[in-house]
Structures are given as structure tokens and as C-alpha cells.
Unconditional design. Structure first.
Length: 393
């Protein structure tokens, strides 16, 4: 998973209530305002793995605001704003260095700390019918070297038995990339990429305490998919990161929600299989019990395991020229595994809902279940702390 996607997901905390239903979402009774503060900090790289540049990595602070309000008995509107500030260094390229045991691959980091700001705005309008809801979403993201505009639609439909729900969604985005150091490194100063995705899911109430859901997603990205800030040494020459200009991916998901009445706890099990035409194949497994304590407290410990097979063109260091011209030493395209361990506390006080959470993420080639390619020395470990509230008017 990417950094932005991970931070956004922190704002989607949901209570696991004793009553379980699968009906299409109903319109809110009252307006609701929410706020989340998230801080994300990557651990420094080990000095033994770095040839030059800063050992520091990214620190990201995010402030999120949201407002949801019913407009009438059928329409509901929401808007969310996100302000993100980021600083730190990033992996640049790899090179070989003579060591006691022969040539060793070392990471070269960006020499100066990168400072960037990013703003997101997302608006949504939802219409609620008797057994369905339809939503339209428009989103815009702006930062100093990247702009994105996207739109999407989503349908949720309850079948007549009120036990089965169909969900369908689709979205499209167009992005503009303007690297800040384009002139310095003789790069194209402007690039574009487009993305579209579709998803379908079917949820079923099996018993009063058990819901299962199966889903399938299709994603496509085209245009400039390389990283403008990463470089590669090939045949003793320093060149730009270069990846295929299209990427088609599929996801298969399974979710299970089981409420244990005796201990007032909802057990959440999730699994996702991802595969794409870059030969990346990943598995994600997550377990989280939502433990209700009385009517006002909830504790949510969680654990997530991720394993990935790397892209067909990824290498830690390129000794030879590739015929296809694709090169990347980006660790996110390598084979590796990762664990995320977290805990969340939710508290309800009148019309206020308070939440706080912590997550620790660690990754390693040794944690993966696939040995397709070599160990990257720039895999990341990080911590995320989040606090926030929702207030119902």
C-alpha cells in the first residue's frame, strides 16, 4: 500500500455495533463534523546500507476535516479537506561499493531534506431511495509538483429479501506531474497519467450475527508511471527510473464480520489478492476484533500481514542493459513482506465521538512468502499516530 492511501484510511474509523444489518446506507438524521490529526514517521535507514545522503526519511503531518449533512429526506452532502505537510529524504538510486566481502549494493539517498505541502478536497452527493443509494464524488488534489482531478459514482442496492446487498462503483482520474528538479536533471518538465477503476461486491447476511462479502476490482493506469525523483545506474551511466506506460491490475476481496454476543465483540476478517501485468502479486490478511466495553467505549486491536512478489523489471542494481528499457530500484516494486500492528480506542460522550489510534509497520524481504528477487536495502518501517473526533449537531 502507498503512503497517501494509508493516511487517508485512518479517517474511516467505524463502530462495530451489536446490531448487524446489510441494508443500503440510510440518510443521516443530523449533520456531523469530524476532525483527524495524523502523524506518520519513517524510521531512519541503517548507516551500513547507505553510501551517501541523509539517513532520515519522511515525516508527514496530516490535518483532516469533514462535514456531512442531510439536505432533505432523500439527499445528503459531504465535503472533506486534507492538509498534508511532508519533509525528509528519499531513496534516490543504488550503486556498488567495494567491501570486505566483495562488491556491496548501497543506497544513495537524496542529499537535502524535501519539504512539500499537499491539499485534498473531496465532495460527495448521495441520493437515497427505498432500497438503494447512489453517490457522485468529485475530488481534487494539489501539491507543488503534482495535481490530480478525479470523479466517481457508487451504487448500493438491497435485494427484496433485505439480506443481500450489491455494491458497484467506478472512478476516473487525470494527473499532471511537474517535477521540481526537471531542469537540473534534464527531465521532461511536464507529464500526464490517467487512471480508471471499477469495483463490484456482494454482501450477504448469513445469520443475525454473520455477514460475508465478496468483491472484485479492476484498475488501469496509463501514461507516465515512472518516478521522476528516482534514478538508476545502468552500464556505469546514471539514467532516469523507467517503467511501462500502462498497468492493469485486478483485486479479489473477501470480508467476514461476526458478532460474538457473549463478549459484545465484532470480529473483522479481511483478505485481498492483488495481481497486475507488471507481475506484481500480493496477499493482504487482516484481523481486528471490535471490543465494546459498556455502551460508550470500544477497543480495537489489529494485525495485518502483507506479502508481495516484485515487478518483472525490478532489480537492486542493474549490471546489464535490459532489452525492454525498463529500470527501477524502487523498493515498493521488490519482493517483500510486512506486518502492521495497531490499536484503536473509541469513546462516545453524548454527541461526541472521540478516537485515538497507533500503528507500527515493519517490512523485510525475509517476511515475504515469495523469493522472486533480491533484498532491497531501502524497505521502510514507520509509525502512525492518529487522534480525532466527530460531533453530531
Amino acid at each position: 500500500m502507498s503512503t497517501h492511501q494509508l493516511l487517508k484510511s485512518l479517517s474511516a474509523a467505524a463502530l462495530a455495533l451489536p446490531a448487524i444489518a446489510s441494508q443500503a446506507s440510510t440518510i443521516a438524521d443530523n449533520a456531523q463534523f469530524g476532525y483527524r490529526y495524523n502523524t506518520y514517521q519513517e524510521q531512519d535507514l541503517a548507516a551500513a546500507d547507505v553510501h551517501s545522503g541523509s539517513l532520515e526519511r519522511y515525516i508527514v503531518d496530516v490535518n483532516q476535516f469533514s462535514l456531512l449533512t442531510p439536505l432533505n429526506e432523500y439527499l445528503q452532502a459531504s465535503i472533506s479537506l486534507q492538509f498534508e505537510s511532508m519533509s525528509g529524504a528519499s531513496p534516490w538510486y543504488t550503486q556498488t561499493v567495494e567491501g570486505e566481502m566483495g562488491d556491496e549494493i548501497k543506497q544513495v539517498m537524496s542529499g537535502a531534506s524535501i519539504e512539500e505541502d499537499r491539499t485534498d478536497i473531496i465532495t460527495q452527493l448521495t441520493y437515497f431511495g427505498d432500497s438503494y443509494s447512489v453517490s457522485g464524488t468529485v475530488a481534487k488534489s494539489t501539491e507543488n509538483d503534482y495535481n490530480s482531478l478525479s470523479g466517481g459514482v457508487e451504487l448500493s442496492y438491497d435485494f427484496s429479501d433485505k439480506l443481500t446487498t450489491l455494491g458497484v462503483s467506478a472512478d476516473y482520474s487525470t494527473d499532471e506531474i511537474t517535477p521540481s528538479d526537471a531542469l537540473e536533471y534534464n527531465r521532461t518538465p511536464y507529464e500526464e497519467k490517467q487512471s480508471w477503476s471499477g469495483h463490484i461486491s456482494l454482501s450477504r447476511v448469513v445469520t443475525k450475527n454473520l455477514i460475508v462479502q465478496l468483491g472484485y476490482g479492476l484498475f488501469n493506469r496509463s501514461g507516465y508511471l515512472s518516478d521522476p525523483y528516482k534514478r538508476v545506474i545502468v552500464d556505469s551511466k546514471l539514467i532516469d527510473d523507467s517503467r511501462p506506460d500502462s498497468r492493469l491490475a485486478s483485486t479479489y476481496t473477501g470480508r467476514l464480520r461476526y458478532f460474538v454476543e457473549g463478549i459484545d465483540t465484532a470480529l473483522h476478517f479481511d483478505y485481498r489478492l492483488y495481481e497486475d501485468n507488471w507481475d506484481v502479486l500480493s496477499h493482504t490478511i487482516e484481523f481486528a476484533p471490535y471490543i465494546n466495553i459498556g455502551a460508550d467505549w470500544q477497543i480495537v486491536p489489529s494485525i495485518r500481514y502483507y506479502s508481495q512478489k516484485g515487478a518483472f523489471f525490478y532489480e537492486n542494481y542493474y549490471e546489464y542493459v535490459r532489452e525492454d528499457g525498463y529500470y527501477s530500484t524502487d523498493s515498493r516494486l521488490s519482493s517483500y513482506g510486512a506486518y502492521t500492528i495497531g490499536a484503536k480506542v473509541n469513546k462516545k460522550i453524548g454527541d461526541w465521538f472521540l478516537t485515538a489510534s497507533y500503528q507500527y509497520y515493519t517490512s523485510s524481504h525475509d517476511l515475504g512468502i515469495d523469493d522472486y528477487n533480491e533484498t532491497s536495502n531501502s524497505l521502510v518501517d514507520f509509525d502512525i499516530v492518529s487522534i480525532g473526533f466527530d460531533y453530531i449537531f
